[in-house]
Design a protein around this ligand. Structure first.
Ligand code: NAD
Length: 495
């Protein structure tokens, strides 16, 4: 256990001045860092640092910002193993996942936004009225307040920070108080790469104190939030008080639709990987599989067989497939949902229990496969955020699309079929920010990520995210030099 300075403000690590905070390893329950959390005064200091840095950073050319961000990507590559080890320990991720998914994804995002910093787009300047030249300026907003969750701490920090700073903003990020360690490292490495002090600040603290202070702060121009729909709603309501721009990436309940002409083996493997990735603590995880009746039994038994082959174990063991849930409290929530499903008649085909052989203090839960529940049941409608896949049958294509759309959420979905008309229809009619065809989970820096319905609005990743982090200004210049302009005639005609 070590005592750490858990704040990064104005380019340096500092202690906070709030309540004591202990950070634990989900795999063992051990305390791995502790210190003081961020107080409202720390939030004030971080916003002040970001305000001071804004004219410096926004005054650089896109090329200058881009060069620094390319150096940042290079330093991340050089420290990839360290980042993976810290992420694995703090978030309870198997080291293979952290090494092969979280860290390379973050490096690629950083390299992408280093390039994208030079590519802010707008309409061509021109004479859209005969008497004027119009041009578009895309301007950074100022200080961004960002709030991120614990499930992919490093990637979420990257998704929040990179488009904001590439567009010339400065930022105060409040990561989840459970998993701040890689967000702090990410910001420190940015500073080493040459990002000026104060451009990126990290406040380690709890939502109702440090998070709320950012959302309420009059000098914060925008709040970018990733987390649950419940907290997202509160954040939007608070932000309305100061008419802040809000970007919300919220919960998900992704459907996984398997038509009767699908490649069954591919769909079964996709369902296991797509539902168990990050122990199902993934907002795009496959949670509700709808399988056309002729394939239903075979699909369920193949998924069960594959789930039996998933190895739970210590997160630093490269053989471990699946680690623990983020905390014992979160595991209790997952268990509660599975037990209630059992009570209302669900068949627990696999799992549903705490595995016996895992470390005491670790918040492990078995891969769980459930059938025999109704579409309107809690386990089908609400986010479990655990390694739980529910499978339901359907008969017609119309029914499949209707069931896929029948939750409050709309973040991601997939459709599995060898018939191009069916997959095209699914891509068109499923209401989600991303629809995968014959796959589920992959993401790429060039393409946007964001929700429909209660999954929120706005985009992370890709150049679409610049729409969130810039103001579009129209500058319209008279080119006639005339004192009396022709349009004045509608008001007055005096000589
Ligand atoms: P959460 O909503 O509990 O917390 C998210 C963040 O909000 C944390 O940093 C927390 O400290 C902060 N917070 C809590 N109360 C606050 C308040 N009153 N004011 C300001 N900030 C506050 O979510 P979580 O449990 O950390 O993460 C899991 C959730 O995140 C799931 O619902 C998941 O679907 C969602 N998620 C969504 C995406 C996406 O891209 N849509 C990505 C990852 C996770």
């Amino acid at each position: 256990m070590s005592t750490q300075e858990l704040q990064f403000i104005g380019g340096v690590r500092r202690p906070g001045s709030g309540e004591p905070l202990s950070i634990t390893a989900p795999a063992t329950g051990e305390v791995i860092a502790s210190g003081a959390s961020a107080s409202i005064a720390d939030a004030e200091a971080a916003v002040a640092a970001a305000r001071t840095a804004f004219p410096i950073w926004s005054g650089m050319t896109p090329g200058e910002r881009s060069d620094i961000m390319h150096r940042w990507a290079q330093l991340l590559r050089e420290r990839a193993d360290e980042l993976a080890a810290v992420e694995s320990r703090n978030a309870g991720k198997p080291i293979r996942l952290a090494t092969d998914f979280d860290v390379p994804g973050t490096i690629d995002n950083t390299a992408f936004f280093a390039g994208a910093a030079r590519n802010l787009e707008g309409k061509a300047s021109g004479e859209y009225s005969a008497d004027h030249t119009s041009s578009i300026r895309r301007e950074p907003l100022g200080v961004i307040g960002s709030i991120s969750p614990w499930n992919y701490p490093l990637q979420m920090a990257a998704w929040k920070i990179l488009p904001a700073v590439a567009a010339g903003n400065t930022i105060v990020l409040k990561p989840s108080e459970l998993t701040p360690l890689t967000s702090l490292l990410f910001a420190e490495i940015a500073t080493e790469a040459g990002v000026p002090a104060g451009v990126i600040n990290v406040l380690t603290g709890v939502g109702p104190v440090a998070g709320q202070a950012l959302v309420e702060h009059r000098e914060v121009a925008m709040v970018s939030f990733t987390g649950s729909t419940v907290v997202g709603r509160q954040v939007a309501a608070t932000a309305a008080g100061s008419v802040k721009r809000v970007h919300l990436e919220l919960g998900g309940k992704a459907p996984f639709v398997v038509f009767d002409d699908a490649d069954l083996e591919a769909a079964a493997r996709g369902a296991v990987a797509g539902s168990l990735i990050n122990v199902g603590q993934d907002c795009t995880a496959a949670t509700r599989a709808y399988v056309q009746r002729p394939l239903f039994d075979e699909f369920v038994s193949r998924v069960a067989e594959l789930m039996d082959q998933v190895t739970l174990g210590p997160v630093d063991d490269p053989e471990t497939d699946m680690g623990p849930l983020i905390s014992l409290a979160h595991r209790d929530k997952v268990i509660g949902m599975v037990e209630r499903a059992r009570d209302y008649g669900a068949k627990i085909v696999r799992g549903g229990r705490i595995p016996e052989h895992t470390a005491r203090g670790g918040s492990y839960f078995e891969p769980t496969l459930i059938t025999g529940v109704a579409q309107d049941s809690e386990i089908v409608q609400n986010e479990v955020f655990g390694p739980v896949l529910v499978v339901l049958p359907f008969d017609t294509d119309d029914e499949a699309i209707a069931l896929a759309n029948d939750t409050a959420y709309g973040l991601a979905a997939s459709a599995w079929s060898t018939n191009v008309y069916r997959t095209q229809r699914a891509g068109r009619e499923i209401q989600a920010g991303c629809v995968w065809i014959n796959d589920h989970i992959p993401i790429i820096s060039e393409m946007p990520h964001g929700g429909y319905k209660a999954s929120g609005f706005g985009k992370d990743m890709s150049t679409y995210s610049f729409d969130e982090y810039t103001n579009v200004k129209h500058v319209m210049s008279d080119i006639t030099g005339a004192a009396h302009k022709s349009w004045h005639d509608v008001i007055f005609t005096a000589e």
